[in-house]
Design a protein around this ligand. Structure first.
Ligand code: HPA
Ligand code: ZN
Length: 347
């Protein structure tokens, strides 16, 4: 061991990693919200960046979503979507994210009269630019679950040409927004259509909702990954099933803390799930609102749950195993992780 050996947090921060749960609208920092509001002549309910930030004191998922949708109201032009996405890519690159799978919420924008083509074109242009700088990416279209399934079906139909035009990028559908009272079963038909088209499938489940919502996501929607899923720990048979099938959970520790899913990070279920062999990953969810990008999520989690070098390696490796890249790309990403991990002994 040399005096220059990194701490586990430093080694983790420097490691190549994938992020699999990030809502691009949740990466909109207050400064950019105000800049875009001014550029577009949009009136905000807050008169200053500080006043907006002061409103980020959430009590549950809904209290966050109300502010998150208000923040997204400044997004009008293709350039706005480009600027938001590029700002996230800069932060991801700074955290040594080498691959990211990004959610976007088209209904949040189409209901304000912004065409879905404009949304995807701006995001795509930024992702193509970021790819030149070493950040590969996929895009996942999320349906808002508080709206009727008919709206999701109409959104899916409107997006059909985009799934073809951007097939290298736009590879799946997801389900987000208010979980309680909106079980996955409500979206069985639209997920069946997406499955028939060969798209990847994910859904938020077991964040605030019960384990039965995770079962529905698996059995009715037939998802490839579960977003959050932290309440799965309440059902031992579900934990065994997740471990056996290796269906990954995209866990977002600081989000869970800020939305009061856990009142303290030391009580987070990530380590218990990991101990049971569940393929957990660490992600930022809505980093502009929850106080940290992916490395800050790792740092806080490693510290609160006293994770070991081997456990962090497993979590980062899971992020590549669970990603929607080709097998050859996955092998190359894991080889990069292995090279970094084995070259760095920690203090
Ligand atoms: N849960 C549900 N919907 C969301 C979230 C979340 O954490 N973030 C953005 N939309
Ligand atoms: Zn989320």
């Amino acid at each position: 061991m040399t005096e220059f050996a990194p701490t586990l947090t430093e080694k983790t921060a420097a490691a190549p990693k994938a992020e699999l749960h990030i809502h691009i609208e949740g990466s909109l920092e207050p400064e950019l919200i105000f800049r875009l509001a001014e550029r577009n002549g949009v009136k905000l309910a807050y008169n200053s960046i500080d006043a907006l930030r002061a409103a980020y004191a959430f009590t549950d998922l809904q209290s966050f979503l109300d502010i998150y949708y208000a923040g997204a109201s400044v997004l009008l032009t293709e350039q706005d979507f480009y600027d938001m996405t590029m700002a996230y890519c800069e932060r991801a690159l700074a955290d040594n994210v080498v691959h990211t799978e990004i959610f976007f919420d088209p209904q949040t924008h189409t209901e304000r009269g912004v065409a879905i083509d404009v949304v995807v074109a701006g995001i795509e242009r930024a992702l193509a630019d970021a790819e030149q700088r070493g950040l590969s990416s996929k895009l996942i279209l999320c349906f808002l679950r508080h709206l009727p399934e008919e709206d999701a079906l109409a959104t899916f139909d409107a997006a059909l040409p985009l799934f073809d035009r951007y097939r290298h990028r736009l590879i799946g559908v997801g389900l987000d927004s208010s979980e309680r009272g909106h079980p996955p079963s409500k979206f069985e038909r639209v997920f069946a259509k997406a499955r028939a088209k060969g798209l990847k499938l994910v859904a938020h489940a077991g964040e605030e909702g019960p384990p039965s919502y995770v079962y529905e996501a698996l059995d009715l929607l037939k998802v490839d990954r579960v977003d959050h899923g932290v309440r799965s720990i309440e059902d031992p048979a579900l934990v065994t099933r997740l471990a056996d099938t290796r269906v990954a959970l995209t866990v977002c520790p600081l989000s869970n803390l800020k939305l009061c899913v856990f009142d303290d990070l030391t009580k987070h279920t990530l380590k218990a799930l990991l101990d049971e062999g569940v393929a957990v990953t660490v992600n930022s969810d809505d980093p502009a609102y929850f106080g940290g990008y992916v490395n800050e999520n790792y740092r806080a989690t490693v510290e609160a749950l006293q994770l070991t070098d081997a456990e962090v390696y497993t979590i980062i490796r899971n992020s590549f195993e669970a990603s929607f890249v080709t097998d050859a790309e996955r092998d190359a990403l894991i080889a990069r992780l292995d090279a970094h991990w084995h070259a760095n002994a920690i203090t």
